[in-house]
Design a protein. Structure first.
Lengths: 114, 114
């Protein structure tokens, strides 16, 4: 079945460092791809998405490009802040019969220190 | 506009008991999905309700059941609780069945089974 693989965390960075969180996927067809963020004690928030190959999703300084040839959707940010500390989930849309669901990776915890 | 709300926030049950979790979807949303997030894992799709009918299900046994009401709020019921049911249960709502319509997640209910 369709699946998502993320790099294991935690990823520990100093403020203003460059961030990359790797995500690769296995899927039949052409799913939409998503990054969600989960802050402590909260639910998931959609960070960005891309619906077709070569699309770039971006939001709040984060960006990710849908790469069909490498089946990847790596998350990047040029300069992280302490407030970016959270767990980041890569996900894809999986088509069922008459419905769609999200398939998530295991999450990557990001810790940013001042 | 009120977001997705869930109740209760935390719940402790013992093996063999039954539990009901509740979700109020965002205004205007007619589709509700439930996910189980075990500690340190990504969310796993349980099922989806669209216009009061279950129209998609993940790999969860029948003791996981649900309801959606005319106002599109929803319940998740779990019978014969097992220790492995301990998890964060997330509800997500959106308009329509397609995942390219953004899903909005609630903060979750933390269930502990002793």
């Amino acid at each position: 079945g369709n699946s998502v693989t993320q790099m294991e965390g935690p990823v520990t960075l100093s403020e203003e460092a460059f961030l990359t969180i790797n995500c690769t996927y296995t899927a039949t067809g052409y799913p939409s791809l998503f990054w969600y963020v989960q802050y402590p004690g909260e639910g998931l928030q959609l960070l960005l998405k891309a619906t077709k190959a070569d699309d770039k999703g971006s939001n709040k300084g984060f960006e990710a490009t849908y790469r069909k040839e490498t089946t990847s959707f790596h998350l990047e940010k040029g300069s992280v802040q302490v407030s970016d500390s959270a767990v980041y989930f890569c996900a894809l849309s999986d088509q069922g019969t008459g419905f769609q669901k999200l398939v998530f990776g295991t999450g990557t915890r990001l810790l940013v220190s001042p | 506009e009120t977001g997705v709300t869930q109740s209760p926030t935390h719940l402790i049950k013992t093996r063999g008991q039954q539990v009901t979790l509740r979700c109020s979807s965002q205004s205007g949303h007619n589709t509700v999905s439930w996910y189980q997030q075990a500690l340190g894992q990504g969310p796993q799709f349980i099922f989806q309700y669209y216009r009061e009918e279950e129209n998609g299900r993940g790999n969860f046994p029948p003791r996981f059941s649900g309801l959606q009401f005319p106002n599109y709020s929803s319940e998740l019921n779990v019978n014969a609780l097992e220790l492995d049911d301990s998890a964060l249960y997330l509800c997500a709502s959106r308009f329509g069945r397609e995942t390219y319509n953004e899903q909005f997640f609630g903060p979750g209910t933390r269930l502990t089974v002793l």
